[in-house]
Every structure is written in structure tokens, then in C-alpha cells.
Ligand binder design. Structure first.
Ligand code: NAD
Length: 499
């Protein structure tokens, strides 16, 4: 069985004292094994990153940018190969995996513009003969800790900008689908990145805690579930590091009575069930305003009739399995418990699978679920489910919809479907959520903007990738300069004034 090891200082490394299984979610087979890094191995990766720092920082901006241009080419040409790796460990369908690679390429393209992004500022003659300029310098070794659901895109969210800014990195990907990170590290190497600039350690809490506690790690980027994000934020900040820790989500999609109902239903189906709901920007709550619930539900029900669930490698499949058996069982628990909470199960995904689609019975499949009459206070409503379960909450007015969303603990993404520009503008102004879509159900910003939620969806003050990442991965230094001129030198013990 293939053993997935670490990638330290440009080479695969790692003893195998502790390991974990990596499943093919479509068959349930543990087809690979991943090494769990020891404290010593993580320290070795940190040391390699630290040692590579000075030379990488001193590398000209143009040469640094060249790496990203070459990497872009490699990713674009070999997308199918990388997508197949993602599908084999995550389970998502191949087209979705390829989509994730393409979104990751956006981050590489952004990083390729580093010559422009790292420009400082200059003010001439702030006092007689005195100029001031600022520069952006790397922070040092950056730790990047990533979740299972986007094993290519989320590492690229972090790693591309961190490296572009002159930092060196230790990446700790999810132990559930670790192969893509090793592939990426090798692709960076092929693109000309010097050894030690990007290191990958696989593993669990032992690896993460070692990164969080190391005095040599200066910044931590984390994406994952909210409880872990919060604990990472607390531990790393207590250790004096800058931290951005993105957490979970519960994304509401508001449908106003004037919306294009058919279009909204199609958007809801795509955004709720795509990638089996395992997207942090998946729509999981449909907020039906006024009397839209009945026609909306009718249209959704019709649209899901022919959805094909199956092995992600089968081109006919539109939705694959969930990532693990435990996660599938947890997701199904919300559906089977819905009636007891007072909700109405309109489509029961657990039954649909039991009724027998042609799926491997050992795979981690569940069907799609649609649940009506969901209300605040129900676990179904409050928790992040992270599966193909769409809840419908009925409200009487726009104001009630806003109140509902603003009261929720999460604030990652949201969307409003309406034909009224005034309502859309008001929504943008009122809503306490980091990313908003107007007639767009999954408003993931393009690579030239930054991504981040509010409330329990993000701990820290910087959003990820895009312009905010340049701020996060650099320290600014401000230099005030006076060159000797022909004015006679004077002693003055007063506080320097520019007036
Ligand atoms: P997770 O929190 O279980 O794991 C994320 C990372 O943390 C992994 O590398 C994991 O090994 C590590 N980890 C897990 N437990 C740990 C512990 N006790 N101590 C230290 N490290 C630990 O998340 P996941 O299940 O891999 O990913 C799904 C979650 O990620 C969902 O909640 C989803 O909403 C969220 N997510 C958020 C965003 C966003 O941008 N906000 C994007 C993608 C995923």
C-alpha cells in the first residue's frame, strides 16, 4: 500500500512510527497510508524552512515571479492528473476537482504579480531634505494548516501569497486527503522553487501543536472547522504569532417574492448539493420570504429527480460520496433526527440510498435531503452539517430574513435572489456576513479580492488570499532618510517636528 510521507527540504522524508488510513470514499477501501509526523520531524521541517529563508528573501522579485508563471503552466497542463488525485481521496466528482484546481490557479496568477504587489510607498520632502518610504518585508516561517474539503485550492490560497512575499512555509494538509499537497510541493520544485521554501508535514494534532508552539514560526494561516479554528487562534496568538483562522459556515440564501423562482431553485440545488455539500460556501439554508416556499420547493424537487450520485471517477456522476464513514453517519444523523426536532423531511437522502442506487455499498454515500419547516433553535439549523442537506426556513418579510441571518453564529457567505436593486443594496448594507452574492449563490471572490467570513467563521482580522494576504504575510518597515547636504549641522534636543 502506498505510504504518503512528508516533503522536507526538497525531498520526501519521514519515519512511519504513527500512520493513518487514507480512504477511497467511493469504495470505502483504505487504499493508502499517511505518515503522522513526530515532533522531531516537524521541527526538521521548520528548520529547513528557516534555513531557506535568507536566500529566498534575497532572490530578486522577477525570479520569484518566474516560479509562479511556471507553476501556473504546470497546474494548467496537468489539471486532470491532480484532479484524479483529489477524487481518489476526497470523493468529489472529477469535474468539481478540476474546478478546484482552476480556482487555485487564480491564486497562483495573483502571486505572479508580486512585483507590483510588494511595492512600498514614498513621500518626498516631508521636512526640508527629509524623505520617508515604506517597504514590505517577509515575516519569516509561515505555518499553513488546511482542511480536507479543498486539498488543492485551500493550500494555494495560503502558500502562493506567503511564498510570493518572500516567506518560507511548512504546510500541514488534512490527513484525510494528503496526496495533493505532496504533488503541489513537487510541482513548485519543478517550477524552480528552491528546496526548503515549501515543506509539507503530514499528520494530526501533534504536528499542528508543534507548529503553533515553535518560536521559529511567525505566522499561522488556518482553514477548518470553527472549534479548531478558535483553539488555533488562541494558542498561536498567545505564542505571539499573527494568525488568521477561518472556520465553519452556515450559508443562507434568501429568496424574495420577486425573484426568478426557477433560477433561484437551480442555484439552490447547485450550491447545496455540489461537492455533496462539503464546501464552506455551500448553501445550507434557504430562506423563503413571503409565499415563495411552495413554488420554490416544487421547482427544487423537480430538479433533483435526475441527479446522478456515484463514484466521482464516473463522468456521469454529479455528486460523489462524503469523505469518511463517520462524517456520512453524522450527516445522516441530522436527517433522521429532523422530524423529532419538529421539521418536515421532504426528501430523505438516507432512504434514497437504501432504496438502492447502483453504488458500492461500502462507499460513504448518502442521498440528497430537503427539509422544510426548519427553525432557529433546532440542531439542524444551528450546526454546520457539511453534507447534502438543504433546510428551508419560512419567514414573512425581508426584515425577518435579515434578523435571522444576523443572529446566526456563522457569517461566511450569503446570497439574496431578487429582481429589485434597492432590496439587494439594502441587503449588502445590512447583512453581517463576510461574502455576499446578489443572484449568485456561492459568492467566492476571484483571486484579486480576498476571502473571509465574519463572526465564528473567521478568527483574526485578515481575510485570506488576494490583497489582504499581502498585508498578512509581510511586515512593513518605514524608513525616514536625510542625506548630508550643505546646511550646517545643528544640535537640537527638541522633539523632531516637520512643521
Ligand atoms: P478540521 O477542523 O477537522 O481540520 C482542519 C485541519 O486541522 C486539518 O489539517 C486537521 O488535521 C487539523 N486538526 C483537526 N483537529 C485538530 C486538533 N484537535 N488540533 C489541531 N489540529 C487539528 O476541518 P475539516 O473537517 O478538515 O474541514 C471541514 C471544515 O473546514 C468545515 O467546518 C468547513 O466549513 C471548514 N472550511 C472553512 C473554509 C473557510 O474558508 N471558512 C474553507 C474550507 C473549509
Amino acid at each position: 500500500m502506498t505510504l504518503i510521507r512528508h516533503f522536507i527540504n526538497g525531498a520526501e522524508a519521514g519515519e512511519t512510527e504513527r500512520t493513518g488510513p487514507v480512504y477511497n470514499p467511493a469504495t470505502g477501501e483504505a487504499h493508502r497510508t499517511v505518515a503522522f509526523a513526530s515532533v522531531a520531524e516537524v521541527e526538521q521541517a521548520i528548520a529547513a524552512a528557516k534555513a531557506a529563508g535568507p536566500a529566498w528573501r534575497a532572490t530578486s522579485l522577477i525570479k520569484r515571479a518566474d516560479v509562479f508563471f511556471r507553476l501556473r503552466q504546470i497546474l494548467a497542463e496537468r489539471t486532470p492528473e491532480l484532479a484524479a488525485i483529489v477524487t481518489s481521496e476526497h470523493g468529489k466528482v472529477l469535474s468539481d476537482a478540476a474546478g478546484e484546481v482552476s480556482r487555485g490557479i487564480e491564486n497562483v496568477e495573483f502571486a505572479a504579480g508580486l512585483v507590483h504587489l510588494l511595492k512600498g510607498e514614498h513621500s518626498e520632502q516631508v521636512a526640508r531634505g527629509v524623505d520617508v518610504h515604506s517597504v514590505k518585508q517577509p515575516v519569516g516561517v509561515v505555518a499553513c494548516i488546511t482542511p480536507f474539503n479543498f486539498p488543492v485550492m485551500v493550500p494555494l490560497w495560503m502558500v502562493a501569497s506567503a511564498i510570493a512575499c518572500g516567506n518560507t512555509v511548512v504546510l500541514k494538509p488534512s490527513e484525510k486527503d494528503p496526496s495533493a499537497a505532496i504533488w503541489l510541493a513537487k510541482a513548485f520544485q519543478e517550477a524552480g522553487l528552491p528546496d526548503g521554501v515549501l515543506n509539507v508535514v503530514n499528520g494530526d494534532k501533534v504536528a499542528v501543536d508543534t507548529l503553533l508552539d515553535s518560536p521559529d514560526v511567525k505566522a499561522v494561516s488556518f482553514v477548518g472547522s470553527t472549534p479548531i479554528a478558535k483553539s488555533i487562534y488562541e494558542r498561536a496568538s498567545a505564542n505571539g504569532k499573527r494568525v488568521q483562522a477561518l472556520g465553519g459556515a452556515k450559508n443562507h440564501m434568501v429568496v424574495m417574492p420577486d425573484a426568478d423562482i426557477d433560477g433561484a431553485a437551480a442555484a439552490a440545488v447547485s450550491a447545496a448539493y455540489g461537492s455533496a455539500g462539503e464546501r464552506c460556501m455551500a448553501v445550507s439554508v434557504l430562506v423563503a420570504v413571503g409565499d415563495v416556499a411552495e413554488p420554490l420547493i416544487a421547482s427544487i424537487t423537480e430538479k433533483v429527480q435526475n441527479l446522478r450520485i456515484g463514484d466521482g471517477t464516473d463522468a456521469a456522476s454529479e455528486m460523489g460520496p462524503l469523505v469518511t464513514r463517520e462524517h456520512r453517519d453524522r450527516v445522516e444523523g441530522y436527517v433522521t433526527g429532523a422530524a423529532a426536532e419538529g421539521a418536515t423531511v421532504l426528501i430523505d437522502g438516507t432512504q434514497r440510498i437504501a432504496a438502492g442506487e447502483r453504488l458500492d455499498e461500502n462507499g460513504f454515500f448518502t442521498g440528497i435531503s430537503l427539509i422544510d419547516q426548519v427553525k432557529p433553535g433546532m440542531k439542524l439549523y444551528e450546526d454546520e452539517i457539511f453534507g447534502p442537506v438543504l433546510s428551508v426556513v419560512r419567514v414573512g418579510s425581508y426584515a425577518e430574513a435579515v434578523e435571522l441571518i444576523n443572529a446566526h453564529q456563522f457569517g461566511n457567505g450569503t446570497a439574496i435572489f431578487t429582481r429589485d436593486g434597492g432590496t439587494a443594496r439594502e441587503f449588502e448594507f445590512d447583512i453581517e456576513v463576510g461574502m455576499v452574492g446578489v443572484n449568485v449563490p456561492i459568492p467566492v471572490p476571484i483571486g484579486a479580492f480576498s476571502f473571509g467570513g465574519w463572526k465564528a467563521s473567521l478568527f483574526g482580522d485578515s481575510h485570506i488570499y488576494g490583497p489582504e494576504s499581502i498585508h498578512f504575510y509581510t511586515r512593513s518597515k518605514v524608513v525616514t532618510t536625510r542625506w548630508p547636504d550643505h546646511t550646517p549641522a545643528q544640535v537640537d534636543l527638541g522633539f523632531p517636528s516637520n512643521h
